[in-house]
Unconditional design. Structure first.
Length: 323
């Protein structure tokens, strides 16, 4: 890999991604006196932005929607002097300024930013089912965001695919509009937290198709139904009438630009140590893009704070200012 010279306007740290992890890293970095830049783009848009209700973030018993929470994070970060720019990062390469090693961060718009350290907070995006009809009906009844498209399903029957926290949270939200919500899940029980399960089972608008997998999404100009099969007996099939299908079957980390630069696990998540240091010195990571057990707003914030503190120690060392 060619090593380039960092521009004179080098930042101490460049943070890629504007979700809870990235913005918390920005708050801690800027407050810690680092010259910090956060780059947020469409490719790294946080899933929290379309979350209807977050009620398990400490200190907010009344809950809040994801967009408003992110706006609070951003306001706080800007108050401490974090610089925020829009753009999708397309590549990261090694660079140097004088005798200091660093990084060159490039965006699709052609901008180049120098950095002594980089914090990757690129998040993840929703996994698709990969069944016939899914791609055909995206925007025509197939959705990955109940908050965005739920109001279009007023007085209609819909299907939610998945059994985790997000699937059940979104199924509950959809009952505000739909006449019936059928949750299709591959197992005989949910993975969602107990309180969400309790609410879902108590909601008369929600029904469950257990041990079931989606074979096809059907319709004409718009979605009209979902064909499912029994996981244990594939010959047993049926069709559920529906005018909307909301899919929440897991995440794929947004880490393509990091391949070959740092170690990723078998699912593409970034491997970090307890200090959020990746396998490559000077590159740290936090939030939903890293390999970990729990992906929640509160854990992303903790990751971000740790990543920023670790980056600060690293930058001080590079500058010869370590305490």
């Amino acid at each position: 890999m060619e090593v380039k010279r960092i521009p004179e306007s080098t930042y101490d740290v460049v943070i890629i991604g504007g979700g809870p992890g990235g913005l918390t890293a920005g708050i801690y970095a800027a407050r810690g006196g680092l010259k910090a830049l956060l780059i947020e783009g469409a490719a790294t848009a946080s899933q929290i932005m379309v979350t209807d209700l977050i009620e398990n973030y400490p200190g907010m018993p009344e809950g809040m929607n994801g967009y408003d929470l992110i706006e609070r994070f951003k306001k706080q970060a800007l108050q401490f002097g974090l610089e925020i720019r829009s753009g999708d990062v397309t590549a990261i390469g090694k660079a140097h300024q004088g005798d200091m090693d660093g990084w060159e961060v490039l965006t699709g718009a052609g901008s180049t930013f120098g950095a002594l350290a980089v914090i990757v907070a690129t998040g993840a995006y929703w996994r698709k089912l990969g069944v016939p009809g899914e791609e055909t009906f995206i925007g025509k009844g197939v959705s990955y965001c109940a908050t965005c498209d739920g109001p279009f399903c007023r007085n209609r029957e819909v299907v939610v695919v998945g059994g985790g926290d997000t699937a059940i949270q979104e199924a509950l939200f959809l009952t505000n509009f739909a006449t019936k919500v059928t949750v299709v899940h591959r197992r005989h029980r949910l993975r969602a937290s107990g309180i969400l399960q309790k609410r879902a089972f108590a909601n008369k608008k929600i029904e469950f198709a257990w041990n079931a997998a989606v074979d096809e999404i059907t319709g004409g100009n718009f979605v009209e139904g979902v064909r499912i099969r029994d996981v244990g007996n594939p010959d047993v099939k049926r069709e559920i009438p529906a005018e909307g299908v909301f899919i929440f079957v897991g995440l794929i980390p947004n880490t393509a630009i990091m391949k070959g630069l740092i170690d990723l696990d078998e699912n593409g998540y970034i491997r970090t140590d307890n200090h959020m240091q990746t396998s490559t010195p000077g590159i740290f990571a936090c939030g939903d893009c890293i390999s970990k057990r729990l992906r929640q707003v509160v854990t992303a914030c903790g990751d971000g704070a740790t990543a920023a503190f670790s980056a600060q120690l690293y930058v001080d060392d590079v500058k010869g200012e370590a305490y």
